[in-house]
Design a protein around this ligand. Structure first.
Ligand SMILES: *Cc1c(COP(=O)(O)O)cnc(C)c1O
Length: 391
């Protein structure tokens, strides 16, 4: 059977069973591998076979299972697992550029992603930040030395949706590689390969784990890219994933589709019910018709996703009153978790930006980002409504 469906792949793809025929994915908690002879060691360093390993920084049977399953569900040829989402972003970008090259990136971006771009600038890479929702700005920013177009397909935390196919057309016409941080879409709502993305990056810390247990990341793309520049960069700079984390993430993947769809149902229900509430200046959810990129979101993801942003009319004070009144939704800065989580970006995840920089990407003092969990939707709605009343 070659055309297994998404949920089947999430449960079965990529498994490697040892001679014991264990049911569950085995955890190979080993940093090294023993060679029968010196000749075998020499041969393996010369030409590493598909099921041969050298050192866990380069690869490990458990992390390879995670890479293979992720590549199968995303529809890419290969993937490389990294220690965190940021190790994945850093590897995906850094392995493609050198001093004098140019990157165009959407400024609606997670603070740490912006920091990686600043580091690259320090090494002589030119970076142009634009409004990623405007294809004209991508087109105008392209230069002959542009190597990468980089963006979050749904931005953190403003939930602006960027047109993957539109950017890919512009990037490819200019010979640039399209690198998409696809965390908010999650693999469940991703059609990134079909839409023209070359490299897709996930923080596995989020929906893929889904239990808030471990950090992890993965870069997905063509075999030439993954086993060429990317693997070379990550394996020598030390950003490899722990086999223990890969083992936990493999079990997370089995329930990914069930969880993410339940989370998106809760997000749609809550956003639809609270939109227009007197305490809110804006209810931002790509699944609402009022969202500026609603049509694009539905075409690109078929869903509004699992995240809702609520902009409290009363600013920071109202946002804090809302957050402190929540009883089920927890205050933290993770997302994609089975537990619902609320975050105040201006004072936490995006506090390092200046007020002007935050305003430019719609992070107002009243903005609260809510990651919907898998709890009962009626309970979540009741909790959010009572917290809005407390404002
Ligand atoms: C969390 C996040 C990252 C970084 O992932 P870590 O696993 O925390 O390193 C990158 N991009 C986006 C959009 C994120 O939400």
């Amino acid at each position: 059977m070659t055309d297994r469906k998404f949920r089947t792949k999430l449960v079965h793809d990529g498994i490697r069973r040892s001679q014991y025929g264990e049911m569950a994915e085995a955890m190979f908690l080993t940093q090294g591998f023993v060679y029968p002879t010196a000749e075998d060691a020499e041969a393996r360093f010369l030409d590493q076979g598909d099921d041969e390993f050298i050192y866990a920084r380069y690869g490990n049977p458990t992390t390879r299972m995670f890479e293979d399953r992720m590549a199968a569900i995303e529809g890419t040829e290969d993937g490389f697992a990294c220690a965190s989402g940021m190790a994945a972003i850093n590897g995906a970008l850094s392995c493609l550029v050198k001093s004098g090259d140019h990157i165009v990136a959407a400024r609606q971006m997670f603070g740490s992603c912006l920091h990686v771009l600043k580091v690259l600038e320090g090494f002589g890479v030119e970076v142009t930040l634009i409004d990623g929702t405007k294809l004209d700005e991508w087109r105008a920013a392209m230069r002959p030395n542009t190597k990468i177009c980089f963006f979050e397909s749904v931005s953190n935390p403003g939930l602006e949706v960027i047109d993957i196919a539109g950017v890919a057309e512009i990037a490819h016409a200019g010979g640039a590689v399209v690198v998409v941080d696809n965390v908010f879409a999650s693999p469940v709502f991703s059609r990134a390969v079909e839409l023209g993305a070359d490299v897709i990056v996930y923080s596995a810390t989020k929906h893929i784990d889904g239990g808030g247990r471990v950090l992890g990341g993965i870069v997905l793309g063509s075999r030439d890219y993954v086993r060429g520049p990317l693997e070379t960069y990550v394996k020598h700079t030390g950003g490899a994933m722990s086999p223990f984390h890969a083992w936990l993430l493999l079990s997370g993947l089995q329930t990914l589709d069930l969880r993410v769809r339940a989370q998106a149902d809760n997000a749609a229900r809550v956003a639809g019910a609270v939109a227009g509430h007197a305490a809110l200046a804006r209810t931002i959810y790509p699944g609402l018709e009022s969202h500026p990129q609603h049509a694009l979101a539905m075409a690109q993801m078929g869903s509004g996703g699992t995240m809702v942003a609520l902009d409290l009319a009363g600013g920071k004070e109202a946002a804090f009153r809302f957050l402190n009144a929540l009883e089920i939704v927890l205050l933290s800065n993770n997302l994609g978790d089975a537990k619902s989580i609320a975050t105040h970006p201006a004072t936490t995840t995006h506090k390092n930006l200046s007020e002007e920089e935050r305003a430019l990407i719609n992070i107002t003092p009243g903005l609260v980002r809510v990651s919907m969990g898998i709890e009962d939707g009626a309970d979540l709605l009741a909790d959010i409504e009572q917290a809005l009343s407390a404002v």
